[in-house]
Design a protein around this ligand. Structure first.
Ligand SMILES: NC(=O)c1ccc[n+]([C@@H]2O[C@H](COP(=O)([O-])OP(=O)(O)OC[C@H]3O[C@@H](n4cnc5c(N)ncnc54)[C@H](O)[C@@H]3O)[C@@H](O)[C@H]2O)c1
Length: 254
């Protein structure tokens, strides 16, 4: 059994999948949790194939983070296996794009629930284990935690809330040796951004013009920052938002 155990939500694809792969490459055992259970299990199979030394310990599970019971089951499965999480990465996410005046209550509730209630459910469920291991939580913020994002009211509101949750848990759980931080990615080449490019809600030219590094991020670049915050190298980093946005949110050019 590896020394370190991590649970990554939303790890069936995108940033979560890249994060699961990076942790596994560093010898961590990964619970790949995703609403898409098939994608989660396929990802865990890939990790087990890529890292035979893990002895097939990586597991994929279908989890809806908005359901408190699903979160509890993830924690219970680890306990039953005699394991305890040293890190939780709350990467599950969805986006809704529409003018604010057309924002419907159902999609508003769903976006806020996935990002906020989901992170809360997982953090609460794994709290006893993180307390035992002196572990950490890494949440995923966004440029929407800094800027207003026209056409993405629910998403920007949720991502601002993620920072409120990150800071408050950092303060409240610091006494238990649990650190809580967030990574705030810029625009990353994943399905979330591709869907916006496909519909025309996002313009790649405008995104690149607005990003000092003049490119999208690769999911692996976000994973690297997440792994840093979960590692002992960040042992005194607590309540931080680490921007991994190519300089987007510090660019005052207009
Ligand atoms: N892609 C970007 O540019 C970008 C930028 C900033 C922040 N983020 C954030 O990073 C995180 C990952 O985004 P991504 O780009 O990899 O997106 P993605 O759409 O590629 O992957 C998101 C994953 O979350 C899963 N998911 C959705 N709802 C879930 C639920 N209720 N329970 C469990 N899993 C659920 C999906 O099945 C999917 O596998 C999200 O929180 C997103 O808001 C992304």
């Amino acid at each position: 059994m590896s020394a370190h155990e991590v649970v990554v939500t939303g790890a069936g694809q995108g940033i979560g999948a890249a994060t699961a792969a990076l942790f596994a490459s560093r010898g961590w055992t990964v619970t790949v949790a995703d609403l898409d259970g098939t994608a989660a299990r396929a990802m865990a199979d890939r990790l087990n194939a890529d890292h035979p030394s893990s002895g097939g310990a990586h597991r994929g599970v279908g989890v809806d983070v908005t359901r408190e019971n699903d979160a509890r089951e993830v924690a219970a499965a680890l306990t039953e296996a005699g394991r305890a999480a040293s890190a939780l990465v709350n990467c599950a996410g969805i986006i809704a794009r529409m003018p604010a005046e057309e924002q419907d209550t159902d999609s508003w509730n769903r976006v806020l629930t996935v990002h906020l209630t989901g992170a809360l459910n997982m953090s609460k469920a794994l709290f006893p284990q993180l307390k035992t291991t002196g572990g950490s939580v890494v949440n995923i913020a966004s440029v929407g935690s800094t800027f207003g994002l026209p056409g993405r009211l629910a998403y920007a509101t949720a991502k601002s809330g993620v920072m409120g949750m990150t800071r408050t848990l950092a303060v409240e759980w610091g006494r238990y040796g649990i650190r809580v931080n967030a990574v705030a990615p810029g625009y990353v080449a994943t399905e979330m951004v591709r869907s916006g490019l496909r519909t025309g809600a996002l313009s790649e030219g405008a995104l690149l013009a607005r990003t000092p590094l003049k490119r999208l991020a690769e999911p692996e670049e976000i994973a690297a920052a997440i792994a840093f915050l979960a590692s002992d190298d960040a042992s005194f980093v607590n309540g931080a938002m680490l921007r991994v946005d190519g300089g987007l949110t510090v660019d005052g050019t207009f």
